[in-house]
Design a protein around this ligand. Structure first.
Ligand code: ANZ
Ligand code: ZN
Length: 877
C-alpha cells in the first residue's frame, strides 16, 4: 500500500474517468441477462443540485450497482425535467433566454452529479425541453386526441392575475397563487384536457396490485380518486316559482338515509338554473359574481364562509307532496361534482349546519347515535356524521342508516316520473379531468391549429415538432407566445386559409409522465418508444423519489401508461412496479439576534450536548441554535454538495446519507456525522491495506481445512454477506451500513489478534483474502470509489463495479454456540453461552458456574435445574 491516508479527491477523479473510458455503465439494449430498471425521479434543472438530490440518487445508485453485481442487465438513466416557470422568471429577472438558462443549469448540474460517482448511463440522457423529446409528446397528444382521450372544453380555472396564467388547484395556497402570492380568481377558459376520468375506476382498482408501493401513497391515491356510491334524485320544482317554468332539479347525495332531515336544496353558482334565475334577478347575479372570487380549489372553498342566496324557488320532498323546501344558490356547491346540486341535511353535515344556523332554517336529527335516547338528542353547532338508528323518519324509523339508504334507494328507483325513475344509483369520483393548457412560453407547444372555417385542426404529423420560437420577449406578463409577431400565424393544413396556432403549452407534468418510457430507447426518432425495447424494460422495477410526488406525478404517469397502451406505444398499465419514497435531509437552524438566519458555513460551534453554543465567525456574535428543519434556502440551513464533496469526497457524503437513519425517514445532516463517515473511510482503507499484505501469499485454491481463527473470519464474512444481501433487497440501507461496520470491526479484531505464524498459514491467508474481497464488494454500492481503490490494492485486475456479488456458503451461517436465558425462581438472571450440541449436564454445569446464578443461590445447592433444550434454563432455589 503506497500511502496510509486515502486521498478521496485523487481517487474519485481517477475512477470516474476509468468507468467513463471503459463505458461500463452504458446499458446494452440487446443483452440476455434478466433486466432491472431502477430510476430516480429526474431533477428540475434549477441551477445546482441539493442534498435531497444527493440522497435520492445515492439510494438509486446503491440499488443499480447491487443489481448489476447480482447479474442483472441494469437500466439506470438520468435526464432533466427541463420545462417550467422558473426559467421564464429567470428570463424576466435577468434578461437571459429560458433556453440558455436551462441548458447552462443542466451543464452545471450534470458535472455535479458526475462527481458523485453515480453509475448512470449518460448516453440515454434526455431533456424534456429538447425538440427531439417533445416532438414525441406532441405526437402522443395527437394520438390521444384520435383515441378520444383528449378534449377541449370550457372550464372554470384558477386565474393568477399577476402571472397571467392558469394554476392547478395545488398551486393555489390559501386562495393565492403559489408563486406570485396574488389573490386567485375564477375564470371560464377553453382548455385542453386529458380524459383521466375515463380511467377512474381502473386507476382505483389497480392500486390493489401495487404491492411494492408504500401504503401511505396508495391511500393518498385512493383518496384523490375519491370514489363514492350515491343516489341521483330528481326533486320536483314548483314551476310557478322557477324563472322559465323549470319543473325539476336533480341532486346527488351519498346520504339518502337523511332525506327526512332535509331543510333546503342548494345549487352551484354556475348551475344552469342559477344562471337562468340570475338573468332575472340582479341581486342574485351580484351574489354569483362574488362567489366566483374564491378560486376553484377545494381547500379555498372549504375555508370560505358558507354563503347562500334564497332564489325563491320551491322544491317538493320526494316522499311528501305537501312538504316544500327552499332552493338556495350556495358558494360551497361545486358545479363539477355530482350534478352541482344537493339537498342539505344540517343535523348530519357540518357545512349544511353552518348554513342553516346562518339563515335560520333549523334542523331535525334523523340518525340517533347508539346509547343516546332519541328524546334527548339535539344538534346545535356540531353535526353528527356517525352511525346510528333512524329517528324522525317515518317508515325508516328504527333502521340502521345502511338499511335506510337501501330502503330509500329502492323506493325512489321504483317510482317514475315521465317514464324515468325518480332516483338512480350512481358512482362518483372526485378525480377531475386533467387540464393541461398553460399560457406560458417555456413548455411543449400543443400541436393544434385553429381555423375559422375548419375549427380545431391537428398539426400534421409531418410538421412535428412544432418548435418554440427562439426570438421571444418577456417584457410584460402574460403568454409571450401569444404576443410573438409571426409564430402563431400559419396556413390551415386543411383549407389553406390563414389560421392561428394554439399558443397554450402543456402543463409540465405531461413531460414527466412518460420520460421513463423514453429512456428505454431514447434514440428512436420515428416514435415515442421502440415497442420491443419498451416491452423489454418496462415497468420500472424500482422508482425512488420524494413523497411530494405521491399524488399528481404518479397518478398522471399511471394515466399516461394506460393512454400510451391504448395508442400502441407501450404494453403495460402500471409504470412503476416498486416505489420508494425517501425522507428529507434536515439540518439545524441558526438564528442571529436580529432574527435573520445564518448559514452553517458562517458559524462556529463549540462544546457538546447541553453546552453546545454557536457564534458567528465573522463577528463573534452569539447565535441561537434553532430547531432541526428541512434544508431550505429561506432558513439558510443548507449545505452545498460541492463543498462536502470537495472536503470529504463523494463516498463520505454517500455513506453518511445512507448510514444515519432509515431511508424513508428524515436524515439529520451534521458535521460530526460526516466526519465520522470520513474516519470510517480511512479506517476501511487501512484495514484493507493490512489485509492485502496478508492476502498476498494466499493460495489460489481454497485449502481443505481451516483453523478456528480462519473459520471465524470466514463465518463473519459470510454472515455479513447474507445480512447485507437481505437488507439491500429491502432497501434498508442503514441496516446494511451497520452490518458492514460490524464486519469491518470483526475483521480488524481478527487481524490484530492473529497469533504467531497465522499470517503464513495458507488457510488463514486464504480466509483473510476472501473476507477482504467480500467486504469490498459489500460496501462498493455505497462507496464505489474507495471500493475500486481497495479492489486494486487487493490485487484484482478488473473493476469491482464489474465484479459479481459473492455467493453465501450456507453452512458457514450455522452458529455453533447458542445463548440460553437463565432464570432463578422465575426471574431472569443471566444468559449462558454453550455449544449448540451441549447436553443437559454440560448446560447445567455451565449455568451453575455463572456468577449471577451463584449469587442468587447464595452458596446453597439448587433444589432443581430444568433445562428446556434450545430455549431456556430454570433454576429452582
Ligand atoms: C345529503 C347529505 C346529508 C349529504 C348528509 C352529506 C351528509 P362525497 O361522499 O364526497 O361524494 N355534495 C354532492 N354534490 C356536491 C357538490 N357538487 N358540491 C358540494 N357538495 C356536494 O360527498 C357527497 C356529499 O356531498 C353528498 O351527500 C352531498 O351532500 C354533497 F347528512 O347529500 B350529501
Ligand atoms: Zn381551414
Amino acid at each position: 500500500m503506497s500511502t496510509d491516508r486515502y486521498n478521496a479527491r485523487e481517487a474519485e477523479a481517477h475512477w470516474q474517468k476509468t468507468w467513463d473510458e471503459r463505458g461500463i455503465f452504458a446499458t446494452p439494449n440487446a443483452d440476455s441477462r434478466p433486466k432491472y430498471y431502477v430510476l430516480e425521479m429526474f431533477p428540475y434543472p434549477s441551477g445546482r443540485i441539493h442534498m435531497g438530490h444527493v440522497r435520492n440518487y445515492t439510494m438509486g445508485d446503491v440499488v443499480a450497482r447491487y443489481k448489476r453485481a447480482a447479474g442483472f442487465n441494469v437500466l439506470h438513466p438520468m435526464g432533466w425535467d427541463a420545462f417550467g416557470m422558473p426559467a421564464e422568471n429567470a428570463a424576466m429577472a435577468n434578461k437571459v433566454h429560458p433556453k440558455t438558462w436551462t441548458y447552462a443549469n443542466i451543464a452545471t448540474m450534470k458535472k455535479q452529479l458526475q462527481t458523485m460517482g453515480l453509475s448512470l448511463d449518460w448516453k440515454r440522457e434526455v431533456a424534456t425541453c429538447d425538440p427531439s423529446y417533445y416532438k414525441h409528446q406532441q405526437k402522443m397528444f395527437l394520438d390521444f386526441l384520435k383515441a378520444g382521450l383528449v378534449e377541449r372544453k370550457q372550464s372554470k380555472v384558477n386565474w393568477d392575475p399577476v402571472d397571467m396564467t392558469v394554476l392547478a388547484n395545488e398551486q393555489v395556497i390559501d386562495g393565492r397563487g403559489w408563486r406570485s402570492g396574488a389573490l386567485v380568481e375564477q375564470r371560464d377558459l377553453t382548455q385542453w384536457f386529458f380524459k383521466i376520468t375515463k380511467y377512474s375506476e381502473d386507476l382505483l382498482k389497480a392500486i390493489e396490485t401495487l404491492d411494492r408501493w408504500p401504503e401511505k401513497v396508495r391511500l393518498m391515491q385512493k383518496n384523490w380518486i375519491g370514489r363514492s356510491e350515491g343516489l341521483l334524485v330528481r326533486f320536483v320544482l314548483d314551476a310557478k316559482t322557477t324563472p322559465n317554468g323549470e319543473d325539476e332539479l336533480e341532486i346527488f347525495t351519498t346520504r339518502h338515509d337523511t332525506l327526512f332531515g332535509a331543510k333546503f336544496l342548494a345549487i352551484a353558482p354556475d348551475h344552469p338554473l342559477a344562471r337562468a334565475m340570475a338573468a332575472k334577478n340582479p341581486a342574485l347575479a351580484d351574489f354569483i359574481a362574488q362567489a366566483k372570487k374564491v378560486g376553484t380549489a377545494q381547500e379555498a372553498i372549504d375555508k370560505a364562509e358558507k354563503l347562500g342566496f334564497d332564489t325563491g324557488i320551491r322544491a317538493v320532498h320526494p316522499f311528501d307532496a305537501t312538504w316544500t323546501l327552499p332552493v338556495y344558490v350556495a358558494n360551497f356547491i361545486l358545479m363539477e361534482y355530482g350534478t352541482g346540486a344537493i339537498f342539505g341535511c344540517p343535523a348530519h353535515d357540518q357545512r349544511d349546519l353552518d348554513f342553516v344556523n346562518k339563515y335560520g332554517l333549523g334542523n331535525t336529527p334523523v340518525v340517533c347515535p347508539p346509547d343516546v335516547d332519541p328524546k334527548d338528542f339535539v344538534i346545535t353547532d356540531t353535526a353528527y356524521d356517525g352511525d346510528g338508528r333512524m329517528i324522525n323518519s317515518r317508515f325508516l324509523d328504527g333502521m340502521t342508516f345502511g338499511e335506510a339508504q337501501e330502503e330509500v334507494a329502492k323506493r325512489l328507483e321504483s317510482q317514475t316520473r315521465g317514464n324515468r325513475p325518480v332516483a338512480q344509483r350512481q358512482v362518483n369520483y372526485r378525480l377531475r379531468d386533467w387540464g393541461i393548457s398553460r399560457q406560458r412560453y417555456w413548455g411543449c407547444p400543443i400541436p393544434i391549429i385553429h381555423c375559422e372555417k375548419c375549427g380545431v385542426v391537428p398539426a400534421p404529423e409531418k410538421d412535428l415538432p412544432v418548435v418554440l420560437p427562439d426570438d421571444i420577449e418577456f417584457d410584460r406578463p402574460g403568454n409571450p407566445l401569444d404576443r410573438h409577431p409571426t409564430w402563431k400565424h400559419v396556413a390551415c393544413p386543411q383549407c389553406g386559409s390563414p389560421a392561428r396556432r394554439e399558443t397554450d403549452t402543456m402543463d409540465t407534468f405531461v413531460d414527466s409522465s412518460w420520460y421513463y418510457t423514453r429512456f428505454t430507447d431514447p434514440w428512436i426518432e420515428t416514435a415515442p418508444t421502440d415497442r420491443p425495447m419498451a416491452d423489454k424494460w418496462l415497468p420500472v422495477d424500482q422508482y425512488i423519489g420524494g413523497i411530494e410526488h405521491a399524488i399528481l406525478h404518479l397518478l398522471y404517469s399511471r394515466f399516461f401508461t394506460r393512454a400510451m397502451k391504448a395508442t400502441g406505444h407501450v404494453g403495460i398499465d402500471e409504470p412503476f412496479a416498486g416505489l420508494f419514497t425517501q425522507g428529507m435531509v434536515v439540518h439545524e437552524t441558526y438564528r442571529k439576534d436580529n432574527g435573520t438566519w445564518a448559514a452553517p458555513t458562517e458559524i462556529k460551534i463549540e462544546g457538546t450536548g447541553e453546552a453546545r453554543c454557536a457564534t458567528l465567525i465573522a463577528t463573534g456574535e452569539p447565535i441561537e441554535i434553532g430547531p432541526i428543519e428541512k434544508m431550505s434556502k429561506s432558513k439558510r440551513n443548507t449545505v452545498d454538495p460541492d463543498d462536502i464533496i470537495a472536503a470529504y469526497g463523494a463516498d463520505t457524503a454517500r455513506w453518511f446519507m445512507l448510514s444515519d437513519s432509515p431511508p424513508e425517514r428524515d436524515v439529520n445532516w451534521t458535521e460530526q456525522g460526516v466526519q465520522g463517515a470520513w474516519r470510517f473511510v480511512q479506517r476501511l482503507w487501512r484495514l484493507i491495506g493490512e489485509a492485502a499484505e496478508i492476502a498476498k501469499t494466499a493460495p489460489a485454491a481454497a485449502p481443505a481445512n481451516f483453523g478456528d481463527d480462519a473459520l471465524a473470519i470466514r463465518k463473519a464474512a459470510h454472515r455479513a454477506l447474507a445480512r447485507v444481501t437481505g437488507e439491500i433487497e429491502k432497501l434498508h440501507f442503514n441496516v446494511c451500513v451497520a452490518h458492514i461496520y460490524e464486519f469491518a470491526n470483526a475483521l480488524q479484531a481478527a487481524l490484530t489478534e492473529a497469533k504467531g505464524g497465522a499470517a503464513s498459514r495458507p488457510d488463514f491467508t486464504h480466509a483473510v483474502k476472501e473476507a477482504a474481497d467480500i467486504l469490498v464488494v459489500l460496501f462498493h454500492p455505497m462507496m464505489p470509489h474507495l471500493a475500486e481503490e481497495c479492489w486494486a490494492a487487493l490485487g484484482h485486475g478488473g473493476l469491482v463495479a464489474e465484479a459479481p456479488w459473492p455467493v453465501v456458503e450456507a453452512d458457514l451461517l450455522v452458529e455453533d454456540t447458542i445463548a440460553l436465558p437463565v432464570q432463578v425462581n422465575g426471574k431472569k438472571r443471566a444468559d449462558v453461552v454453550v455449544p449448540r450440541s451441549a447436553g443437559k449436564d454440560e448446560i447445567e454445569a455451565a449455568v451453575l458456574a455463572l456468577d449471577a446464578v451463584k449469587r442468587a443461590l447464595d452458596g446453597k445447592p439448587p433444589k432443581k435445574v430444568i433445562v428446556v433444550p434450545q430455549r431456556i434454563v430454570n433454576v429452582v432455589a
